[in-house]
Design a protein around this ligand. Sequence first.
Ligand code: SF4
Ligand code: F3S
Ligand code: FES
Length: 254
Amino acid sequence: MTAAIEDSPTKVGAVPSFTVTMRVMRYLPSDEGGETVAHWDDFQVKVHGTDRVLDALHMIKWEQDGSLTFRRSCAHGVCGSDAMRINGRNRLACKTLLKDLDITKPITVEPIKGLPVVKDLVVDMEPFFASYREIMPFLVTTGHEPTKERLQSAEQRARFDDTTKCILCASCTSSCPVFWTDGQYFGPAAIVNAHRFIFDSRDEGGAQRLEILNDKEGVWRCRTTFNCTEACPRGIEVTKAIQEVKRAMITRAF
Ligand code: SF4
Ligand code: F3S
Ligand code: FES
């Protein structure tokens, strides 16, 4: 099948348009209890070089097949709701420009792996958020409420700056081979969010979080594969954060 045919003559200053083939994994739960088989559907979409994968999915949904189902909210890389496997790699559809992909071939779009598919590109995020909730992703303090702001130096703040950037998109966890084979593993996103509080000088729940992650499904399951770091759309050094949590578990220094 031909993809990427230049459709419009390029005028000076005009953005050329192309027709690309979007090859989308479809999955419809069966109403009648019969077996449901996932399959690929191809769509020809006329796009511009500045369009993103999310724009192409919108064009399909709005102009060709209204039943195509996917999640998105902000469309600007902030909410983390449109992580999907694009050409075999986890990415945010709203941050993936078509011109950065090989548009001479069909562009494959699948749901992220390791989480149950609800419909088409939508997965059930509950197991992911269950792990997130377990690591207590909130400030833990004891004693009386302070009467003024809890102060922190710039150096103390810098200690966990990287892991504050997480948008809970699940790109990391769903790219981890350990998570694919053992869905009970906490996964990198939960550990990143534990890191964010463990190394916060104002927090007093670090020891408790380390205890939670010292579980057989906790940080020791990580095999330092680095898929998570490569997948993170926020550029977080996920594997490094996991290593720091492992080290804190051994030294109890955080
Ligand atoms: Fe997404 Fe990165 Fe957070 Fe993982 S660490 S959930 S990839 S933002
Ligand atoms: Fe998985 Fe990342 Fe560790 S991909 S094995 S959590 S380094
Ligand atoms: Fe919000 Fe992509 S739609 S991050």
